[in-house]
Design a protein around this ligand. Structure first.
Ligand code: MN
Length: 141
């Protein structure tokens, strides 16, 4: 089971993403503002972050920069959730430090595919850190 932080101010999107995360056997952590998201990223050190870009207060881009700037969690995969359709946004998102992005309106297939890619692929967070994922009983997950 992985801890996945969802930073999203839209109730429907939050519900959908958390529903999918739980259905996949993972644990969602919820934050509804950028500030709260940064705080939870640093203290909880989740395995993955889904970050909405349009948020009240600091936006998702600034939140990503702050998370990347904190020594506590430099390598956590961050997937931006964006409704921006302008040219150049991809570069802005990647420059801020996210690993990928999903365009709104989000759908469950896309979310599931992204989660699988970042949590179980050869380039996953655990693999990138060279860590084995062990359960408390010592079994490999
Ligand atoms: Mn939003």
């Amino acid at each position: 089971m992985k801890n996945i932080l969802v930073v999203e101010d839209n109730e429907r999107n939050m519900y959908l993403m958390c529903y999918i995360i739980e259905a996949m056997g993972h644990r969602p952590l919820r934050a509804v503002t950028g500030e709260e998201g940064v705080k939870m990223a640093v203290t909880e050190r989740p395995d993955l972050i889904l970050m909405d870009i349009q948020l009240p207060g600091i936006d998702g881009l600034e939140a990503i920069r702050r998370i990347r700037g904190s020594m506590a969690c430099p390598s956590i995969p961050i997937i931006a959730i964006t409704s921006y359709a302008m040219t150049g946004d991809r570069e802005r998102l990647l420059a801020a430090g996210c690993n990928g992005y999903i365009e709104k309106p989000i759908n469950s297939e896309t979310i599931m595919a992204e989660l699988k890619t970042y949590l179980t692929g050869p380039g996953s967070h655990a693999a990138a850190k060279g860590e084995d994922t062990l359960t408390p009983s010592g079994e490999r997950q």
